[in-house]
Every structure is written in structure tokens, then in C-alpha cells.
Design a binder for this molecule. Structure first.
Ligand code: ACM
Ligand code: ZN
Length: 495
């Protein structure tokens, strides 16, 4: 029996018969999960125009709190019987995921009555970090779209939204002490002279974080250092090696203008930036970038060279490590967990840091072997700015990540000892936006590949079955359309 659920639940057993869902049916929920009962009620009325009631005592749909020893934090059980539905979970998040599964059992539209197949499902995620990233710097996406992005994540049981907020081409978060970041760093001149950009006010950030938490999605902000910093330096050139002046960059690539590692004022600037935004992001993780930092300016800068001598640093890689370590420990002291791209391994990995492995799997393997937590995001598998197929007319970078290739990805790197595999927190797909300027283009690049990655992140490895996934995804297309996700019409699936 296949109910076309994506990601596939870990245990599913079909039973004969069906349950008739109609208006007037009651959801019974203890006080602690009333808000979840309302979520279910809203979902059902919006999808199939059926009005459920909420109460306690007797009824046909029961939400029951379970012992966390029996149902793990994000897990749930869903039992649909001819007489009614019983959902059990030990956390609100678990109930939320049960509802996401139930939603996939509903037809796309309807009126009056719906038959739900009788089934027993027991489900919980394989990984606790099920992430999608969004670069809002190369192109800017407004709050409304960011919320849709989070909706799409939640329906696929993703739980980490990695918000890439700073770049050479734009700084996207308001910092009250440094108004130049919003007035200058958020805007660039396009060829032809048009001004392009935007930023989120602190209230908008709070709004997105609150919205995400209602969907059980954590928000991990990324503030890039010491590289990818030219937009910030356009407003505050005194924190560069040369003193500028600089423009916010209006082309793609990796740029030489980075934060000066020899100037104490640079460190104070970035600390004040963090001080002013950390409260916006309650999640324990803060991403500090660390990738692609050219060392050209540091080699020529008297201050940087002096720092190297004073701190007995052998080379500029160690200077980068010094820089990253400073912020990793500064954040750790404030109760945060720093995470960075795998370049933070170079010159020595900061003690408390989690590594996001993007240049293949090597960084993740090495970091896990050194006892660090890692999130796997290898460009060879989960970079969704790469094209869908190796064909000339495809949108995206020249390199390719086909759907089946994404689906085949195994986040535990080969060669990692079994007793260290717990260091692999999970997996994350990236959505870099040099080539995608609109919401439609993002959806087109991301889906259905993000459906495949959702299954990699959530479902047991033993259930991974490409042919079965292909068939389930065929049916899932109408759900994506209902959500307004203009996905890539992959010919392997929808021909
Ligand atoms: C990256 O793709 N530069 C992390
Ligand atoms: Zn310098």
C-alpha cells in the first residue's frame, strides 16, 4: 500500500476500510495541544471545506500526549480507523508532523465529505537538522516570500531555515548602531544604473522568526566573516585593510576586500553587530560563514602582518582561523553554538564550532573524526543552484545535480566510524541566488529536488527506493501545485 506520502513514513500499515471526514466531527485535545487542534481544524477547512469542532470529552479525532520514551521528540503516530483518528506525540512538533502527513492524505480540494484510508503510521525523523538555505543577498526576497518558503519547508518536514543575510552584493539585516548597513550596504548599482537591493527591519526579522516557530522551523542566521564582506565595507571602509573606498559589488564571484584581521576596531564592530541582532534569533546556532576568504589584502596589510607576528601565526590561514576562533568563542560565551562553512577547518578548527561541509564530504568527515558536529551540504549533491540536467537549455549553473542523484545522497560520509556518526546532525540543501531573481525561479530550481532531500533527511535509509519515490512524487505534484510551488517539470517523473 502506498499513500504517496513524502517524506515516506518509517512504518506504514494499511488497513481495510476508510474513515469518513465530514463537518461536525470533533477533535478532542488536552489543553496543552489546543493550538495544534486549531492548526488541524484550519488545514481541513482550507483544503476540503470541512468544519471540524474542537472540544474535550468524546469525539472522533483524538490528540493524545505520549510518553517521550515511547514517541521521540519530533515523532508521532497516526492511526486512522473506520471509527476515528488517533494522533499521539510527545511534543507539539510531533503533532505538527502528524498533521503534515494527514494533509497529504486529503484530496487537493473537496466539499462536504472526504474518505480517508484506514492506516497505521509510526514515524520519526532520521536526522535532527533538516535544513534548507536561502541566499537573500545576491537577490533579495521579501518577507512574504520568505514565509512561503518556510511553508514549503514545513510541509516536507524540514526544520532549519538557514538565512544567508550578508554578502559582497548586499547586507540584508538592520543593525541600529550602524545605519549605513541599511542605507548603503543593502543597495547596489546594477549595470544601466538601477539601484537594486533591500533589507529586513528588525521587526520583519522577528515576524519571520515567530512565523517559522509556528511551523516548527528554526531560523539560523548567517553573518559572513571574514570574507564576503564588501557590502559592509562599502559603508564602513575603516574595517578593511586598505580603507577603501568600495562599492557594494554588482557582479558575481569571490572578492578581495575582506574584514581586516589586524584592526581591533573590526572585531569590536562585528561584536556590536552581533550584540544587536542575536536577540532576534532565539535559536542556539549562529552561522558565521568563513568560506572563500582571499588572503591578498592581509598579505599586504601592515596591521594584519603585525597581528600574525604578535600572535605567532605562521601564515594567513592561521590568521583566518584566529579571526573565526575569536567569534566562535565570543558566541559560545553568550550561549550560542557557532557553525561555519568547511573552510573553518583551515589553520585549525575552533573548539566549539559545528562544520557545514560544502566542498564535498571531506570537511564533514574530518570534523566529525575530530569530534565536532557537522551538517552535510555538499555541492556535489545538494546545491540547488546547479542545473537539473546536463542540457544546454537548462536554467542554473553549468554543473548538475539530477533529482535521482540528490535522492541517492547518503549524509553519513563513507569512512566515518559508526561510533562517530552521531556527530552528523543532518543535511542541508542550499539555494544560492546569483541566477534566480524571483520567487518563481527559486521554486523552479528547488522543487522537486527539495522533496528528494526531505526524504534523505527524514526517512530511514532502508526505505530509500528511487522507483517508489518516483511514483509517490508523481502524485505529489498536485500537492505542490496546490501550494503554488511552480516546480521544475522533471521528465523522469511527470512524462
Ligand atoms: C559556499 O558555497 N561558498 C559556501
Ligand atoms: Zn588588514
Amino acid at each position: 500500500m502506498s499513500l504517496n506520502i513524502i517524506p515516506v513514513p518509517n512504518h506504514l500499515r494499511g488497513k481495510p476500510g476508510s474513515f469518513l471526514l465530514r463537518s461536525g466531527i470533533r477533535i478532542c485535545a488536552p489543553e496543552v495541544v489546543r493550538s495544534i487542534a486549531t492548526t488541524l481544524q484550519t488545514l481541513v477547512v482550507n483544503t476540503v471545506k470541512i468544519d471540524l469542532e474542537i472540544g474535550d470529552g468524546s469525539g472522533e479525532i483524538h490528540l493524545l500526549m505520549a510518553d517521550p520514551e515511547i514517541i521521540p521528540a519530533e515523532g508521532y503516530s497516526l492511526d486512522i480507523d473506520v471509527a476515528g483518528i488517533v494522533i499521539k506525540a510527545s511534543t507539539e512538533g510531533g503533532f505538527f508532523y502528524a498533521i503534515q502527513t494527514l494533509r497529504q492524505l486529503l484530496p487537493e480540494t473537496g466539499q462536504g465529505e472526504v474518505e480517508l484510508p484506514c492506516v497505521e503510521i509510526e514515524d520519526s525523523p532520521r536526522f535532527r537538522w533538516r535544513g534548507l538555505h536561502l541566499d537573500v543577498c545576491r537577490h533579495f526576497f521579501d518577507v512574504e516570500f520568505v514565509k512561503r518558503y518556510i511553508d514549503w519547508m514545513a510541509m516536507h518536514k524540514y526544520n532549519v531555515f538557514h538565512w544567508h543575510l550578508t554578502e559582497d552584493q548586499g547586507w540584508r539585516v538592520e543593525v541600529p548602531d550602524f545605519p549605513g548597513l541599511a542605507e548603503v550596504s543593502a543597495w547596489r548599482s546594477e549595470t544601466g544604473g538601477d539601484r537594486y537591493g533591500g533589507y529586513y527591519t528588525q521587526d520583519e526579522i522577528r515576524d519571520v522568526v515567530r512565523y517559522a516557530s509556528e511551523k516548527y522551523v528554526r531560523v539560523v542566521p548567517e553573518i559572513e566573516l571574514p570574507g564576503h564582506a564588501q557590502a559592509a565595507l562599502a559603508a564602513y571602509p575603516e574595517y578593511s585593510c586598505t580603507g577603501g573606498p568600495f562599492d557594494v559589488v554588482s557582479e558575481w564571484g569571490v572578492f578581495d576586500e575582506v574584514f581586516c584581521a589586524g584592526n581591533d576596531a573590526t572585531f569590536q564592530f562585528l561584536e556590536r553587530v552581533f550584540e544587536q541582532i542575536l536577540d532576534l534569533f532565539p535559536d542556539e546556532y549562529v552561522h558565521i560563514g568563513g568560506d572563500e576568504c582571499p588572503k591578498k589584502r592581509w598579505k599586504e596589510c601592515a596591521k594584519c602582518q603585525k597581528r600574525m607576528r604578535d600572535e605567532r601565526l605562521e601564515n594567513e590561514e592561521e590568521l583566518q582561523s584566529y579571526f573565526v576562533r575569536h567569534f566562535a568563542s565570543w558566541l559560545s560565551d553568550r550561549g550560542k553554538r557557532p557553525i561555519g562553512w568547511d573552510e573553518i577547518l583551515e589553520g585549525g578548527l575552533p573548539e566549539a564550532a559545528t562544520v557545514m561541509s560544502w566542498r564535498g564530504e571531506e570537511g564533514g568527515l574530518l570534523a566529525a573524526q575530530a569530534g565536532h558536529d557537522v551538517v552535510m551540504a555538499p555541492e556535489t549533491h545538494v546545491y540547488f543552484d546547479r542545473r537539473h540536467y546536463d542540457r544546454e537549455d537548462e536554467r542554473g549553473r553549468l554543473s548538475v545535480n539530477e533529482l535521482s542523484h540528490v535522492y541517492s545522497y547518503e549524509p553519513i560520509p563513507k569512512g566515518l566510524q559508526a561510533n562517530l556518526s552521531h556527530h552528523v546532525l543532518g543535511v542541508e540543501g542550499t539555494m544560492w541566488t546569483e541566477g534566480t531573481a524571483t520567487a518563481e525561479e527559486v521554486a523552479y530550481m528547488l522543487y522537486p529536488r527539495a522533496c528528494a532531500l526531505a526524504e534523505v533527511a527524514w526517512s530511514s535509509k532502508s526505505l530509500r527506493d528511487w522507483e517508489d519515490f518516483r511514483l509517490r512524487l508523481r502524485a505529489h505534484g498536485s500537492r505542490l501545485r496546490r501550494e503554488g510551488i511552480g516546480y521544475y517539470p522533471d521528465r523522469q517523473i511527470w512524462d
